[in-house]
Design a protein around this ligand. Structure first.
Ligand SMILES: [Zn+2]
Length: 343
C-alpha cells in the first residue's frame, strides 16, 4: 500500500512516501481503507524527534483519519464492509484502573495512531473495531478526520473540563490553530461569548467572520488589559489555550474570580511563570487536557449529525505532496485544518 512514513528523525528528508506492507487484521480488528486524514502539530513533533514517545521506525505517520470499512469479523455487530467510518485515534488496554473506571483517555498504555503505532497517512490501517465510528452524512472524509484529534480535544476542554456555559465568556488564545478554531466553533455552539487572540490581523478578521465576538491582537495590545476592558473590568470565565508559557501571564490576569484555565499544549514553552498568589486568592482552577474519550467522541459526532458543526478545512493536499503540507504547518500560516487526501 501507499503510505507516508518516518525513516528517522529530522526534517522532511526522513518523511518517505512509498510502499509499505499491508497491515495485518487481527481478530476483533477492523481494516479501514483510508480516504482522508488531517495534519496535526504532533506530526511535526514525531518527525523532528518523537522524544518521550515509545515508537519504532519505520512508522506510518498520521493520527486521525476517515475512510471505508474494508474488512471486519463476520460476527461484528455494528460495522459492515463499505461503511464510512472515522477513527478514534487511541487504542486503550481496557484493563487498567483508568479504563475500568470508564476513563480510557487516561489509559496507562494508550497507543496513539501515528505516535506509538502505524498511523493514517496510508491507504489502509487496522485497529480495534471499537475505534471506528460511523460518519454522519453531513461530513465528508476530511471533515470527519478533523474531528478525531482536533475537535475532540477542544470538546473535552470546553465541555468536559471547563464546563463552559451559555452565559459565560471564553478567551481563546492563538486563533487559527486547529484546536483554537475548533474551540471557537464549540463555544459558539454552546452559546458563550468568545474573545480570541492572535498576532495575525488576517486571522483575527477571519475569526470575527466565523462568529467571534471580539478579537485582540496580541502583538500590538496588552491582552489582559484589553480583555478586562471588553468585560467591564470583570474578566473571562474560561481561558482555552495551547500556546503555553507565552500566554500564561495574560491568561491568569484575564480570568474572573473562580475562573477556569484549560490547557492542551505548550508550543511556546512548558515552564510558564505562574502567579500562585493570584491562583489561590482568586481561587482559579487549572485543567490539563489531552484528546478526549470515546463517550465524548460519540457526543461530538451526534452534534455533527444534526448539522450543527462542520470542521473548517483550509486546504487539501494529495498524499504525495505531504512535504509541502508539513512546511505550511510548520510555518503556522494555516487557518483551520489541513487535510491529506489519500489515493
Ligand atoms: Zn487502560
Amino acid at each position: 500500500m501507499q503510505a507516508a512514513y518516518l525513516t528517522g528523525h529530522g526534517g522532511n528528508e526522513v518523511v518517505a512516501i512509498g510502499e509499505r506492507p499491508m497491515p495485518p487484521r487481527g481478530r476483533g480488528d477492523v481494516l479501514v481503507r483510508l480516504h482522508a486524514a488531517t495534519l496535526n502539530r504532533v506530526d511535526l513533533y514525531m518527525r523532528d524527534s518523537g522524544a518521550g514517545i515509545t515508537h519504532s521506525l519505520p512508522q506510518v505517520m498520521g493520527v486521525d483519519g476517515a475512510g471505508v470499512v474494508e474488512a471486519v469479523d463476520d460476527d461484528e455487530p455494528l460495522l459492515r464492509p463499505g461503511m464510512r467510518v472515522v477513527l478514534y485515534p487511541g487504542v486503550t488496554c481496557g484493563r487498567c484502573e483508568f479504563c475500568r473506571r470508564g476513563e480510557g483517555v487516561l489509559c496507562t498504555t494508550m497507543k496513539l495512531l501515528g505516535e506509538h503505532r502505524d498511523g493514517t497517512f496510508a491507504q489502509y490501517v487496522s485497529l480495534p473495531a471499537a475505534n471506528a465510528l460511523p460518519i454522519p452524512d453531513t461530513l465528508d472524509y476530511a471533515q470527519a478526520a478533523a474531528l478525531g484529534v482536533n475537535h475532540l480535544t477542544a470538546w473535552r476542554m470546553l465541555v468536559g473540563k471547563a464546563r463552559l456555559q451559555p452565559w459565560e465568556t471564553v478567551l481563546i488564545f492563538g486563533i487559527g490553530g486547529g484546536v483554537s478554531l475548533a474551540g471557537l466553533q464549540i463555544a459558539r455552539l454552546i452559546g458563550a461569548r468568545v474573545i480570541v487572540t492572535s498576532r495575525d490581523e488576517g486571522k483575527l478578521e477571519r475569526a470575527l467572520q466565523l462568529g467571534a465576538d471580539a478579537a485582540v491582537n496580541s502583538a500590538r495590545e496588552d491582552v489582559a488589559r484589553r480583555v478586562l476592558a471588553l468585560t467591564d473590568g470583570r474578566g473571562v470565565d474560561v481561558v482555552l489555550e495551547n500556546v503555553g508559557a507565552a500566554a500564561w501571564p495574560a491568561a491568569l490576569k484575564s480570568l474572573v474570580r473562580g475562573g477556569r484555565l484549560v490547557t492542551c499544549g505548550a508550543t511556546s514553552g512548558d515552564q510558564p511563570g505562574a502567579d500562585l498568589r493570584r491562583v489561590f486568592i482568586r481561587q482559579l482552577q487549572i485543567f490539563g487536557s489531552t484528546l478526549g474519550d470515546l463517550r465524548e467522541f460519540h457526543d461530538l459526532l451526534a452534534v455533527c449529525a444534526r448539522g450543527q458543526l462542520v470542521p473548517q478545512i483550509e486546504s487539501r493536499w494529495p498524499l504525495a505532496e505531504l512535504h509541502g503540507a508539513l512546511n505550511r504547518l510548520e510555518a503556522g500560516e494555516q487557518f483551520g485544518k489541513m487535510a491529506l487526501e489519500i489515493p
